[in-house]
Design a binder for this molecule. Structure first.
Ligand code: HPA
Ligand code: ZN
Length: 333
């Protein structure tokens, strides 16, 4: 069995991380106070006790409520700094970070406030935390394609070069990737890469659509792909990375326990799986904790953990020389 310190110490890239999902209860209350808004829970402990989820939607309800206290550029900067500081302690050296602009613009917060706040932290990330970073704009799939297109146009006008890719998150079932065909076509025409949450709660068909219609470079989650052997063969043959989030899958009841998690099976099947934290403030741990958790529950040895760390870099959107430097650091760990 691998020890936790190796899992934490291994240099790694985090590829599936919602910045709004890193909002810890203490910071939620601090920012709420600063903005003179109330949190619908009496205390930090009471809020944390509410983190019992029955499915994705039950989590999303709380996630959107909590982020509603974010109002100013400073709030978004503080959120990102807090994540980067924690990520550093988890061995993260590169992070590709999702953000949900529509969850903020729908509340009257201008896109620029979100983008400028996050960017003020990310542009210092390498120097302050030793973490290179990229931003991925996610569309909320339970909103309309028109709303997604408007969000994309706003993002392209306001420092479009800050974004490496677009993604798709929020309530999956009933909102197939095809709904966003034109939005993703427009994004690709502008030179953006694409990813999408698929096969978390949704069926394998959504993973096929993400590949065939949205032309994704990676599939976020993708665990339900295992139900379809032809899809597994496709993902393996085309070396499509899957950004797997073990703690999230347990907390949102995609799997019963960590011991039942299919990560080891995915690796055995030749899939390019990576380990990520999704919404670490809500799901019980950051990415090093996730890696230590699966190492323990699935009896993964250090060699397998190193494979997962290598997978995280080869699945990332960094340039080849930087990727190779990170891979040498894994070899030295
Ligand atoms: N799935 C879908 N949408 C999300 C998630 C998730 O795990 N986390 C934040 N938004
Ligand atoms: Zn996610």
């Amino acid at each position: 069995m691998a020890d936790a310190s190796f899992a934490h110490r291994l240099p790694k890239a985090e590829l599936h991380l919602h910045i709004e999902g890193t909002f810890e209860p203490e910071l939620i209350f601090e920012i709420a106070e600063r903005n003179k808004v109330t949190v619908p829970y009496p205390s930090v402990d009471a809020l944390r006790r509410a983190y019992e989820f029955s499915d994705l939607q039950s989590f999303l309800n709380l996630y959107y409520d909590a982020m509603a206290v974010l109002r100013t550029e400073q709030d978004f900067a503080d959120l990102a700094h807090a994540y980067l500081a924690r990520a550093k302690g988890q061995g993260v050296v590169h992070a590709e970070i999702f953000f949900d602009p529509q969850a903020h613009t729908a509340r009257g917060i201008p896109y620029e406030v979100v983008s400028d706040g996050l960017w003020s932290a990310l542009r210092e990330s390498e120097r302050r935390y030793g973490i290179s970073s990229k931003l991925i704009l996610c569309f909320l799939r339970d909103l309309t394609a028109e709303s997604a297109m408007q969000t994309l146009e706003t993002a392209l006008r306001h420092h479009g070069d800050r974004i490496v890719a677009v993604g798709l998150d929020s309530a999956e079932v009933g909102h197939p990737p095809t709904k966003f065909r034109h939005v993703f076509e427009r994004a690709r025409a502008e030179g953006l890469l694409t990813v999408a949450h698929a096969g978390e709660e949704g069926p394998p068909e959504y993973v096929w659509e993400a590949l065939d219609v949205l032309k994704v470079s990676r599939v976020d989650h993708g665990v339900r792909s295992l139900e379809d052997p032809k899809l597994v063969a496709r993902l393996r043959d085309e070396k499509i990375p899957l950004t797997v989030c073990p703690f999230s899958n347990v907390k949102l009841r995609v799997v019963d326990t960590l011991r039942d998690h299919p990560l080891a099976r995915m690796l055995e099947l030749g899939l390019h799986a990576t380990v990520n934290s999704d919404d670490p403030a809500y799901f019980g741990g950051y990415v090093g904790d996730n890696l230590a958790g699966v190492a323990d529950a699935l009896a993964l040895d250090d060699g397998t953990l190193a494979t997962l760390a290598r997978n995280s870099f080869t699945a990332s959107f960094i340039d080849a020389p930087t990727r190779d430097r990170y891979l040498s650091r894994v070899a030295e760990a």
